[in-house]
Design a protein around this ligand. Structure first.
Ligand code: SF4
Length: 395
């Protein structure tokens, strides 16, 4: 996009009062929640301090850690793949899902968005449902996710009810409470979960010592997506590897706390397809949960960025979204500012990694350089420095 087009889109969204009200309420609530969590639990800040070192160790020896993690997955009867490009990832997933029309349920994941997996599978005639409430609403509205953890934070409850009534025929007149709206979505999606043949999730982090996938959430949709269908596919950016399961637990604690959603309702650790050893202590895979686990590691610019003197720091990101909530420009435009998938300070940097510096550069021009994002980031990523570097790439 050209600078003028970005400016137009920011001005346009700033005139949308409902959008503004939705973002404002979300920022206020999230900021207050994070402050409350951090002030009441000193341990979280200490854990955050440990993560940077662990992540740097992995990134500085990524080939070794990637190999170790992939071997760990195979050891517990999972299948591991490395996709260099989005096309590679889409092809691997399409091959696993197969050609017969299937119901596919997906949990919310920015890497799934990045690779356009849902769109691709719909194009292959599969019935695909996003199962996170925010993701479900964003798909119905046709908007891009406005935040990695709260994708529909720009929608008021009236806007949500209106979408659900008109796009999927829910019995909602507009005066319902949020609880009543959520109950109707629950009934609708439960039916999809029970019939789905494939569940696709992202991954908050993955442990190199075991190949265990970690997923953190509150809604329960990830549990159902990863446990009910016979096939589970996890899509993982290569930067999500942590050395051990203990490090991974620390990561999900820090991520949920800095997202203002601590303690998280659920943390799932998935090491292989479901299994049982209840007869003769002989372990058999494919019990009550999925019979197949496929873990797809995604490069899409990440491995090159590891070697980059400036962009490499963004790979430390645990996608808590805290920097976005603190950014005054993001507060005005949310993810409208940042690129086709990601948005805000971290998002522009991720756009540079996944789509190239030239693509991301015009967005960086709107960064005010206030540095508030740097101060709140639990991994101490110098976001504004990376943005400043990108400004120098504007042609
Ligand atoms: S850059 Fe830092 S604050 Fe922003 S999402 Fe990543 S870890 Fe969180």
């Amino acid at each position: 996009m050209k600078v003028e087009e970005i400016l137009d889109s920011i001005y346009k969204i700033m005139e949308d009062e409902d959008f503004h009200e939705g973002v404002k309420r979300a920022v206020q609530n999230s900021t207050a929640a994070v402050a409350r969590i951090l002030s009441s639990d000193q341990m979280i800040q200490e854990l955050a301090g440990e993560l940077r070192e662990k992540k740097e160790a992995v990134l500085s020896d990524i080939s070794h850690y990637l190999e170790l993690t992939m071997k760990g997955i195979e050891k517990v009867n999972g299948r591991a793949y490395l996709a260099k490009t989005p096309e590679d990832a889409r092809q691997i997933i399409a091959d696993i899902v197969g050609t017969r029309k299937k119901i596919v349920v997906c949990s919310k994941s920015m890497v799934i968005e990045e690779l356009e997996i849902e769109k691709h599978l719909r194009g292959l005639n599969h019935e695909v449902w996003g199962t996170d409430l925010g993701q479900f609403l964003v798909e119905l509205s046709g908007d891009k996710p406005m935040h990695g953890i709260v994708p529909a934070l720009h929608l008021t409850k009236e806007a949500a009810a209106n979408l659900l009534a008109h796009r999927v025929g829910f019995d909602l007149q507009g005066g319902e409470t949020i609880e009543e709206i959520v109950q109707q979505v629950r009934a609708f999606l439960r039916e999809k979960f029970s019939r789905a043949e494939v569940g696709i999730s992202g991954c908050n982090c993955i442990a190199a010592d075991s190949g265990a996938v970690f997923l953190v959430e509150n809604e329960g949709n990830i549990r159902l997506t990863t446990a009910l269908p016979p096939i589970h596919i996890a899509v993982v950016g290569v930067e999500k590897i942590m050395p051990t399961m203990v490090d991974s637990f620390k990561t999900v604690i820090v991520q949920s706390a800095f997202a203002g959603l601590y303690p998280p309702t659920y943390v799932s650790l998935i090491a292989g397809p479901s299994s049982t050893a209840d007869i003769e202590y002989y372990r058999v895979y494919g019990a009550n949960g999925p019979q197949e686990l496929h873990v797809i590691f995604v490069d899409n610019g990440r491995l090159e960025a590891i070697e980059h003197p400036i962009l490499k720091d963004q790979l430390l990101c645990i996608r808590c979204g805290r920097c976005q909530m603190e950014c005054p420009v993001w507060g005005a435009a949310a993810n409208i500012w940042g690129g086709p998938v990601y948005g805000g300070p971290m998002g522009i940097n991720w756009t540079a990694i996944t789509l190239g510096e030239n693509y991301a550069a015009p967005f960086s021009l709107f960064c005010l350089g206030c540095g508030r994002c740097d101060v709140v980031c639990p991994l101490e990523i110098p976001l504004s420095e990376i943005l400043h570097y990108l400004k120098g790439k504007i042609e």
